[in-house]
Design a protein around this ligand. Structure first.
Ligand code: C2E
Ligand code: CA
Ligand code: CA
Length: 322
């Protein structure tokens, strides 16, 4: 048996019974977020947080119809091949006229709680595929674009059908997109999740395990989800240079991934020192502010132009040699 306890104090927090009970409730909800067996005293900030979350949730309802969402693209590079662009990650941005810019780390968890993640996730898939198809017409070659998928979406039995129909709608090849899932898939409805992933893999979509090392994943499950890539979370990269234990950890993650035939991406690379450690350990790919921040479409297109002319020149050379 477990308990979470919320406490409010008379007369500091309030002098009327109703408010005291409400505040104790709010403190209890806060205790819940901190884990099992926690006790929380009410603080004014807790009400503010609830109020803000309430506002965000309200505004989220009309974010799509009001055109408030957009997608930025962050390039991912080959760390061993003169920093060649190999793919990019699609990252959601939301600007609301009242609340301003709200970071995805703030609104995605709320969207998952309230179910808004379903229309939003579908919007992202549509938007990215539409963009790929536009880019293909303009630049001919486009690297695979990785899309973040919430575990809630993967728990929908029809998810794979939705993805397939969007690919058909925009005439996009399955190899043009990749899906990033997180370790929370391990604690979800694994039967449905595995079914969805199998169907999507069957048609040629690659799957990455995002934020690897931060969540709850057992090694046996790496096998179960038939992954292609593993993304090492930024927290391991942050103190890679200064904490020797981290070096051992990152080195072992990379060698483990390699022995499982997985490609490895390091996230959040910000310094040249971090980069040289990762190169030394044989990490395949990298993403981070050292290379580029997530870019709006117009700026990412400049990279695409370069990428497509390099790739087309390579094809041409190859053809001439033959
Ligand atoms: P994530 O999937 O781990 O994405 C990487 C995050 O790290 C992005 O934050 C990116 O801007 C940031 N980042 C990349 N390189 C660096 C670096 O060198 N330094 C620092 N400080 N940060 C770096 P962002 O865009 O704020 O997204 C946060 C999270 O929101 C994402 O984490 C992802 O979990 C979620 N998210 C974003 N877009 C979507 C989406 O379309 N669907 C779902 N379900 N989740 C999304
Ligand atoms: Ca991601
Ligand atoms: Ca990540």
């Amino acid at each position: 048996v477990n308990a979470r306890i919320g406490i409010s104090k008379f007369p500091d927090d309030s002098e009327d019974v109703e408010s005291l009970i409400k505040f104790a409730d709010i403190a209890m909800l806060n205790a819940k977020t901190k884990g099992k067996g926690k006790i929380c005293f009410y603080e004014k900030e807790m009400s503010k947080e609830i109020e803000i979350n309430f506002q965000i949730t309200n505004c989220l309802t009309s974010a799509i119809s009001n055109n408030e969402l957009s997608i930025h693209y962050q390039p991912i590079y080959d760390l061993h091949n003169k920093n060649t662009l190999i793919s990019a990650e699609a990252l959601l941005r939301w600007k609301n006229p009242i609340l301003g810019h709200i970071p995805p780390n703030k609104f995605i968890p709320l969207a998952e709680k309230t179910g808004h993640i379903f229309p939003i996730g579908e919007w992202v898939l549509n938007q990215v595929c539409k963009q790929i198809s536009l880019w293909k017409n303009k630049y001919y070659v486009v690297p695979p674009i990785a899309i973040n998928i919430s575990v809630k979406q993967l728990e929908e039995s029809e998810f794979h059908k939705m993805v397939k129909s969007i690919l058909i709608k925009y005439n996009v090849n399955p190899s043009n997109i990749e899906l990033e899932i997180t370790e929370s898939v391990s604690s979800g409805d694994t039967l449905t999740i595995v079914k969805n992933l199998k169907e999507l893999k069957r048609i040629g979509i690659k799957i990455s395990m995002d934020d690897f090392g931060t969540g709850f994943s057992s090694l046996s499950q790496l096998d179960l989800f038939e992954l292609d890539k593993l993304k090492i979370d930024k927290i391991f990269i942050d103190d890679l240079v200064t904490v020797s234990k981290r070096q051992g950890l990152v080195k072992s993650i990379i060698s483990m991934a390699k022995s499982l035939n997985l490609m490895v991406v390091a996230e959040g690379i910000e310094t040249h020192e971090q980069l040289s450690y990762l190169r030394k350990y044989g990490c395949h790919y990298g993403q981070g502010y050292l290379f580029s921040k997530p870019l709006p479409v117009e700026d990412f297109e400049k990279l695409l132009l370069q990428f497509s002319s390099q790739t087309l020149a390579m094809y041409k050379n190859y053809g001439e040699k033959r």
